[in-house]
Design a protein around this ligand. Structure first.
Ligand code: SF4
Length: 266
């Protein structure tokens, strides 16, 4: 069994290595150092958005309808300055029935242009990890970001490459209620935070990703009342794996933990 797992791990590492070699775009912003002025990253507790209206319609239909309304709200949102320079609001992608939601920091250049999270080089790697380790497609999970609009160093030039920056605490605080509302609709069993920024924000901690990864935590916000926590598994952002291939082994271990969790009977 151990030998089989070792061989599988080697296969995946080789597969991801092959993918790296075939990809040549520069990495996206996630995983970048947080500027000193932005620390601490934990945003103040945001005011929750209004709860979705009760309805006699089937639950799935209500969720889809309500989440579509929320997506429309995000599309028109100008709660923070990011809404002025963005090309597209990047709401999220996947199924509303997902048992796991992957959460990154914020859209980058490619996401801003396409209006979908994780579509650049990091997104391709995330797709490969999903498929190879978990046997899932992005349409089987849900993928979103902490902030829905592209944080840019120079908002006057949204067409420029190398213009990404991490979101500020104010931007995170303004946008965070949207993510919690998405989670309320989806009701996932767990969240995988991708990288330091998403992990610090969602767990409300100030520890690096290498310290906290590989362990399960309870999401500190009680979205479904006491005694019904959403589990949180922090791992490295795919952009970090592209920069440092040595992190792939730990990520593989984290994804095995996720697979075991998802395979447990509900
Ligand atoms: S980042 Fe979030 S809060 Fe700011 S404008 Fe975009 S959707 Fe609104």
């Amino acid at each position: 069994m151990k030998r089989a797992l070792g061989a599988a791990a080697r296969d995946v590492a080789a597969y991801i290595r092959t993918l790296d070699e075939n990809l040549s775009e520069p990495p996206l912003n996630a995983g970048a150092a947080v500027p000193a002025a932005a620390a601490p990253l934990q945003a103040p507790s945001p005011a929750p958005l209004p709860a979705p209206a009760a309805s006699a319609a089937p639950a799935a239909a209500v969720a889809a309808e309500d989440i579509a309304l929320l997506a429309e709200k995000v599309k028109n949102c100008r709660r923070c300055g990011l809404g002025i320079a963005r090309l597209n609001a990047v709401f999220g992608v996947g199924t509303y029935k997902a048992r796991v939601v992957f959460v990154g920091e914020g859209p980058g250049f490619q996401e801003d242009h396409e209006g979908e999270p994780f579509v650049g080089r990091s997104g391709q790697l995330l797709d490969k990890i999903l498929e190879t380790v978990l046997g899932l497609k992005r349409s089987d999970v849900y993928i979103a970001n902490i902030v829905k609009c592209h944080p840019m160093k120079s908002p006057e030039t949204p067409e420029a490459h190398g213009n990404d920056r991490p979101p500020t605490p104010e931007e995170i605080s303004a946008c965070r209620p949207y993510l919690d509302e998405q989670l309320r609709f989806i009701k996932p069993a767990c969240i995988v935070t991708l990288g330091s920024v998403a992990t610090k924000v969602l767990l409300g901690i100030d520890k690096g990703i290498s310290t906290v990864r590989g362990h399960w935590y309870d999401y500190p916000v009680e979205l479904f009342g006491p005694g019904h926590p959403i589990k949180v598994l922090p791992t490295y952002h795919p952009a970090a794996l592209l920069r440092n291939p040595n992190l792939k082994r730990d990520t593989w271990e984290d994804m095995k933990m996720l697979k075991e969790f998802l395979e447990k009977p509900v």
